[in-house]
Design a protein around this ligand. Sequence first.
Ligand code: BGC
Length: 593
Amino acid sequence: MSPDVATDRNPTNDRTPLGDPTPVGDAARMGDPQWWRSAVVYQIYPRSFADGNGDGIGDLAGMTSRLDYLGALGVDAVWISPWYPSPLADGGYDVADFCDIDPRLGTLEQADEFVARAHERGIRVIIDLVPNHCSHEHELFRAAVAAGPGSPERDMFVFHDGKGPDGAEPPTNWVSEFGGPAWHRLTDAEGNPEQWYLHLFAPEQPDWNWSNPKVADFYDDVLRFWFDRGIDGFRIDVADSCAMDMSLPDLPVDPRTGEPTREKFPGHPTYDRPELETIQRRWRAVADEYVDTPQGGRVFVSEAYLDPIQRLTRYVEPGRLHTTFNFDALLTEWDPDSQRAMVTNSLAGHRHVGAPCTWVLGNHDQPRVASRLGRAVTGAPFRDGALGERAHKGPDPAEDIELGRRRARAAALLELALPGGAYVYQGEELGLDEVDLPVEVLQDPTWEQSGHTDKGRDGCRVPLPWSGEAPPYGFSQDPGAVPWLPQPAHWAGHTVADQTGTEGSFLELYRAALALRRDLPALGAGPTTNGDLVWDETTPEGVLGFHREPGFTCWVNFSEVAVELPAGTTVTLSSSPLTDGLLGTDQAVWLRR
Ligand code: BGC
């Protein structure tokens, strides 16, 4: 490529015109059938990634125009949060049609175009499958409501009469994940109350009845619809749900709170049910129909917050799903003992079933990693088998963002050096922080359903800053466009354009790490399944270190003092500049031995 062309094709500032003959990336990477074992997967939250038509909402045209950015970043795949038609009661996780694209995001043809252009760059495409629920506007739910009690249409969902003489009490004491009861009572055309339906999430998200075989058939068709269009895999939303105990037992009440327990205890009526194995094996069989296609096998990644790790890794036993998010990495406190225990435990659990780990630092449901690591409480580990996450959500005015960014850089080098794959949530590579949004603009159902006590997840979903000094920071084609969530003034200086080619920027750290990850044979999945990490027992107090072969060592300094690096090593990459050659507090380094 000539220097002129390289300048023209600066992936930061230019929108790649469709049909560009020299995409940034490497199509040859599409040839590896085991790609998912070590893939770095970039999560796109479509409404907040890039706006191609200037309406303030990210869309497929914007995504396609930014593919060279992702090619230059060096990711192996993208996972796209739901792009389906949706009334957006839960950010698109309330799906009104599983086989179409939301018109605000584009068309099916544009989705095909995106997939083709991604593949040209060697970037695989994973989309979201939401199997626990749909939107209350889905045609099958509308038909169920219209058909009335006892109908086959209603049997696709979980409808039930209420308790008490007039059925005014919900069928069980189950609670919604967003707060409040997990049942909603319908009223008929005359305004009379009738049956209740189950929604483990928002009332606009009715749960399917997976004990009805027609539901499984329906999802087989959805999988094939997208696999036939060239999609490489699915992220399975709330993969520990779907199946439930249809005898509808009440949950035990937690004596400490007087409320139904939030613990996902063994035998729970709605979570981690044994029936899930049949469902997952069925999905796997559909994916395996595609193994012999030129594109190769298609994959699943499960989303489930489960503890201990052995419960989670059952989902990735042979013949079930391929990978599962390892949320322990995201939930663990920033201290060396907790981090080491988490890594050891995660690798052992995955090794046992022969699946690779997939490390996760953030996503669209959690506070930005740079913010989280700058807070007094840096993790939210499982307690009593329940996710201790309530205090973990939303903004925190007391956070120290500079501390958080320093740690987030170190955490990135730690994560990317571990055996297995890794996920990068859009904006993580820019070091973005959690935005404290005014309550009038909040859209996450958590805000309403928590009775205005939890600002929820919008703060990590603010549209990305690409360039310029003021909103919309190049997010929209139209500089006058108003992004669907407001971007903060303090993002000036943190845009992609600002960080591209800037020594020491977050983005350049990620690019360097991902490039090295490709080049160094010690990194990625490793020669054996997760079996190639050896802890370095010679590190000073408060420093976590490990070796991978050939010749790679990673050290992370959690202590208050700067330490000397091990003799006989040279620095390949450091999370921030070393002072006097010493590894300082909250710094990580990749070393060659
Ligand atoms: C998704 C959330 C969503 C929920 C219900 C989660 O796991 O990541 O964003 O609200 O599922 O679909």
